[in-house]
Structure formats: structure tokens, C-alpha cells
Ligand binder design. Sequence first.
Ligand code: 3NM
Length: 206
Amino acid sequence: MGSMNTKQNDPIEVLELALQGGITCFQFREKGVASKQGQEKFLFAEKCMKLCRTYKVPFIVNDDVDLALALNADGVHIGQDDEIASQVREKIGKDKILGVSVHNEEEAFLAQKAGADYVGVGPVYATSSKEDARTPAGTKVMEQVAFQYPYLPIVGIGGLTKENLAPVFKAGGAGVALISAIASAENPQHQAKQLRAKIDRILERE
Ligand code: 3NM
């Protein structure tokens, strides 16, 4: 959120527009050199969370388990370089959402064993929103994970737009996570609405 390149410079404003447009989940991701720290980060996250609650949209914290617990957030999302999933599950208890980024079947196996509620797979396409993003992998891994763990919800991420997200659902994805498609849109509310409509059309065809 801190480094969002938006027409609206206020990330809270962008978030509210995205919520009005119909996003169904929000992940707080405050990273990078200019990112907020400590109390400033806490207060910013709290503001985002309160806004999400107004719209009854789950608020998930990326990486920072302590922040998620301090805020009583709805969940935590972790990558493979963060604390291991089973430990995080133990810390947050069974009622909070746990999401884990995975890149192969082995990581998916461990994630579901640790009690992940969903896994994120990416980057599907090239992205400029994540500095240390891996090589784009398309939807192959997603297909493999969906085949192996049919009840584990998979979220595709990385370079997704309303024009190119269909393969994620075709590969067995349950949803998509996007930053720039919404945050850099001229009109984030309209964009989120269009994405929602596009996904609904794809799911209706299934
Ligand atoms: N994680 P955009 S790709 C946060 O591959 C993030 O795990 C990724 O932003 C992964 O929608 C990514 O602008 C960035 O491409 C997604």
C-alpha cells in the first residue's frame, strides 16, 4: 500500500473506492524502503481495517503476525521466507484466516498440512508491484496444486487484469489477488466493479 502508484495519492481513499467497487478481501501489505514502521504502521493498518469492517470485508495482514494479533485482524498471509505456517497457525489460533504463498506441490502440501485456509500462487504474469517477484509461471503450478488438493482454495496473483485473469479460474483458481489493476486504475471503484463482473461471468459459465 505504501508504494502504490495511484492517481489518488491517498491509499485510504483508494481502499474505500475498491471496497465500494466490490472487492471481497483486503491484504495489508506495507513494504519497501519508505514503508511505515512501528506505531505509524499500526495506526495506518488500523484505519484500513476499520474501513474494511465497515464494508464487511476480511482484513488480512501480510507477513506481520504480531501486527495481525495486536489489531485482532481477520487473518495473516505469509510467504515462504516468513515464519513457518504451522507456527503461525499455532500463534493465531484456529479462527483466523491463514494464507500461504506457494510455488510448487511440496509447499502446497506443507501449507495445507499446517492448516492454511487458502494458498496464493504466483506470479502468474510479470509484475512490477513486487521487487523480489519470481519468474512468471503462468497457471501450471496452480493446475497441479488444484489437482492434488481439490478442496484447498487457490488464489492467483501477479500481473493480473480483467483481460488476462480467465486462465486462473480455468486452472482451478478460486480467486485472484491484484494490486496495480485496481490501485493504478483511473477509477479504482469502476475497475473493481468491472473485475467483479468479469469474474462472476467466468464462474457462471463453470
Ligand atoms: N506477490 P500486481 S506477485 C504481492 O508472486 C505479490 O507471490 C506475488 O501485484 C507473488 O497485481 C505480487 O500489480 C504483486 O501485479 C502483485
